[in-house]
Design a protein around this ligand. Sequence first.
Ligand SMILES: Cc1cc2nc3c(=O)[nH]c(=O)nc-3n(C[C@H](O)[C@H](O)[C@H](O)COP(=O)(O)OP(=O)(O)OC[C@H]3O[C@@H](n4cnc5c(N)ncnc54)[C@H](O)[C@@H]3O)c2cc1C
Length: 426
Amino acid sequence: MAESVDAIVVGAGLAGLSAARQLAIHGVDVIVLESSDDVGGRVRTDRFDGLQLDRGFQLFNPAYPEAARVLDYEALDLKPFVPGVIVARAGGRSTRLGDPRRKPGWAIDAIGPATGSLLSKARFAKLAWQASRTPVGTITRSPDSTTGEKLRAAGIDERFIEQVLRPFLTGVFLEQDLATSRRFLDLVLRSFVRGVPSVPARGMQAIPEQLRDALPAGTVRLNSPASHVTATSVTAGGKSFSARAVIVATDPTTAGSLLTGVTVPGGNSVTTWYHLAPVDPKSLTGGDAVLVVDGDRRGPVINSVVISHAAPAYADGGRVLVSTSTLGTRDSADDEASVRAHLEALYGTETSDWTRVGAYAIPYALPAMLPPLDVRKPVDLGDGLFVAGDHRDTASIQGAMVSGRRAADAVLAHLGVRQCGARLGA
Ligand SMILES: Cc1cc2nc3c(=O)[nH]c(=O)nc-3n(C[C@H](O)[C@H](O)[C@H](O)COP(=O)(O)OP(=O)(O)OC[C@H]3O[C@@H](n4cnc5c(N)ncnc54)[C@H](O)[C@@H]3O)c2cc1C
């Protein structure tokens, strides 16, 4: 006989866990069916041999409104990165650009003309500051265009765009054409000004683990791939479950195959490489946990960072762990050789003795956020069937979490459960 509950959530990524949390705190009997062997979805961390390797380099911004409302930051023990970037250039030159409130010592580099005019830098700083002061609702309703169009319309010169903004934003959007919606750019800039990108000391997966641990025991059922979904039933791993509401909180592609009427956006892909560098830690970026990008785009690397500078537990025993990302899903030995050569240029040091300890090729890391971007896509598909996931909001931890709560709130309304506590954040 089918197991019967009030609500079923399919998928234990951040969207699904956030939905389950909201339902559970309102007394709804909910289970989460997850196809893989652990929670987190795209936010997983492999822990072995004293290393912590996130499955794809990513950063958490504590200014994300939904995360700030829900997560216990103290328990996550967030390790901040330098809010800035080192732009490496041919000939061994490099420029350090950062938030002057937090890295005043880098101001001299920022003033220099090597990476664009001071006026362009001031104009970009103004854009970011304005975005940080603008309510989310205003950003999401503003006229949309591509990021490239927005930057040029703001009078930012090509040198600053090509040498700094395009290399930097490629790592954020996982696309290099600056085709991403200016609405999404504004939301990203807003969180950069308001918060310092960080990783939890125990790896990015500590975020979904915290959400799971707050759920009643037995809520999450691992190794349970859903193969068929209706508004009142789910078949998963050969078992049947019945419910009064079902939320599909899978990755976008699976949501598109389980549900009708859900459009799947194109996906941006990435490969993240991890190397142990047998060097004095201070010899790489002076011991700062800061992104390094290539202003001259001389190779496949879109960004690299010494992640152990921020969070030493990522490589115990004082080892130096470098995380490097490239666009696409190429992870052959030849690809690694060109990554290693590019790293040599970026860090200005020999890399032949660096040890590769991991590589993660992720075909669908982020849903493309192309204009015109609808930042609040419907989550209620009717009759008790709901959908959540970053593809309903924005391609981010914030987007996934807020989509889960929106779907859960819609389920509460469907079940006639009165809401308590705070309302949906930005
Ligand atoms: C490499 C990379 C870098 C990123 N960088 C950042 C960043 O710096 N900052 C940021 O904010 N965000 C970043 N993101 C985005 C962020 O991680 C995602 O937006 C978010 O994790 C998506 O969560 P989700 O719950 O919507 O989907 P997912 O994490 O994809 O979760 C879906 C879950 O559903 C499960 N599932 C799939 N099919 C089934 C099925 N049939 N039955 C049951 N379960 C199923 C999956 O196993 C998975 O656990 C990055 C993502 C990647 C991959």
